[in-house]
Ligand binder design. Structure first.
Ligand code: AMP
Length: 448
């Protein structure tokens, strides 16, 4: 694989990449950057954590940085659309980092805050505009943004935008884009609606598929702890006291659940803060900043709020509640193990969450190994008697007490794990099943 030095990037970019200690492009960068530098449209199937921000930011900075052009008021030359404020801010930070040695201005535009500062920044001129769709449209309608000079358009996390109901806004924005432009389109998944959208936007794109699901999942040590509901908090607290624990993101199913858990943890020994859609944008950003600065060790989040969070040094992701959608599991655990770093993802699974676990294991094509730290917990909720598993003589009694959900001998779980714990999924003992192939999605055929 080529190094960044071997790519045709201008010197100021190479310098900032060196300062970031980036030597080798990630797979999405290796495939996207040369195509984008050659001014092709790109259809990238990739999710956060794969290095996709640099995959589009570097070609844009390279293109705009080659010739010193003045930033025009209210008329950006490049537009990056992102679904959430958090992601927009992260993208802005990437432009600032990679573009450190270039005299290019980027402006951020997102909702939930007063528009005055954004309007002033736009009036001063921007080469690159990073925006969420709702606020951008608002400012366009007020005449503060005009897209007629636009040369590069990036749509990031297109699938999430559609999930969040941004399609009508997106269509209105797309109508304003000049015909002659380069478009870079990224989405973690390619359902038919996304393919349609890509077809309407892209001209003979170079299609880039990275396989983030398998690669990112492989880098992460995954574990499942079978617990009763009331054992979740003590188990989490025990985990947080571990030596290897740095920053932790804990996922709950509901916003209320996130608040309650953050409060309980904070009452104990832990600095925790909740982040979810009911919090104001400022409160969410403050929570993220405190987490980044390590003033807070635990971020308790719901799926939507955590989407796109890019914070290094997250040692553990905990699924306090199993995700309802199996796809979310991959997004959740992808918060750790970023850019080659290792991470640990622990999922707490109660008897009522077994179906969710099965769906996840089918999706990732492997059985998640048992959490070795979950030996002290009694879980007796496997309905299958399956040969009685039983205990070795002299072994510690684990299965016979009154906390049994099913209460009879027929409820005895099988004993399968080598650590003496019980895997209510039955036999298999962490053996990997066949790998699901995530690659090779269909190339979008593009209307000329
Ligand atoms: P992204 O998918 O754009 O959110 O990037 C995920 C993380 O990878 C970020 O923390 C980046 O700073 C980091 N990163 C991106 N590209 C590289 C690279 N080529 N080498 C090392 N780290 C990288």
């Amino acid at each position: 694989m080529k190094t960044f030095d071997e790519l045709e990037l201008i010197e100021p970019l190479k310098r900032s990449l060196k300062e970031q200690n980036y030597t080798t492009p990630t797979p999405i960068q290796a495939q996207t950057i040369p195509a984008a530098l050659d001014e092709y449209d790109v259809l990238g199937c990739a999710q956060t954590g794969t290095g996709k921000t640099a995959a589009f930011a570097l070609p844009i900075l390279n293109y705009l940085g080659k010739e010193a052009r003045k930033a025009r008021p209210n008329q950006p030359l490049a537009l990056v659309l992102a679904p959430t404020r958090e992601l927009a801010i992260q993208i802005g930070e990437s432009f600032a980092t990679y573009g450190k040695h270039l005299r290019l201005r980027h402006v951020l535009v997102y909702g939930g805050v007063n528009q005055a500062g954004q309007v002033r920044a736009l009036n001063r001129g921007a080469h690159v505009l990073v925006a969420t769709p709702g606020r951008l449209l608002d400012l366009m309608n007020q005449g503060f943004v005009r897209l007629d000079q636009l040369e590069v358009f990036v749509l990031d996390e297109a699938d999430r935008m559609l999930d969040m109901g941004f399609l009508p806004d997106l269509k209105r924005i797309i109508r304003e884009l000049p015909e002659q432009r380069q478009s870079l389109f990224f989405s973690a998944t390619m359902p038919p609606k996304i393919v349609d959208l890509a077809q309407s936007l892209l001209f003979e794109p170079v299609t880039v598929n990275v396989t983030p699901k398998t690669t990112s999942v492989e880098r992460i040590e995954q574990r499942v702890a079978f617990l009763e509901r009331n054992s979740k908090l003590p188990h989490l607290e025990k985990l947080l006291l571990g030596d290897d624990v740095e920053r932790v993101i804990v996922f709950t199913r509901t916003k209320r659940g996130a608040n309650v858990l953050a409060e309980k943890l904070s009452k104990g020994k832990f600095k925790a803060v909740a982040i979810h859609g009911n919090k104001s944008q400022n409160a969410r950003q403050r929570a993220l900043d405190a987490f980044k600065r390590k003033q807070v060790q635990v971020l308790v989040a719901t799926d939507v709020a955590a989407r796109g969070i890019d914070i290094d040094g997250i040692s553990h992701v905990v699924n306090y509640d199993m995700p309802v959608e199996a796809e979310s599991y991959v997004h959740r655990i992808g918060r750790t193990g970023r850019a080659g770093a290792d991470g640990i993802a622990v999922s707490f699974c109660t008897p009522t969450e077994r179906d969710e676990l099965s769906a996840i294991e089918r999706l990732i094509g492997q059985k998640i190994p048992l959490d070795p730290n979950c030996q002290s917990t009694d879980f007796q909720w496997d309905k299958s008697s399956g040969g009685g598993g039983g205990q070795k003589s002299g072994g510690r009694r684990r299965f016979g007490n009154s906390r049994s959900r099913y209460g009879s001998n027929s409820a005895r779980p099988k004993r399968t794990a080598s650590n003496g714990s019980t895997d209510p999924r039955g036999s298999g003992n962490g053996k990997r099943g066949p790998k699901k192939s995530f690659g090779q999605r269909k190339r979008a055929t593009v209307k000329a």
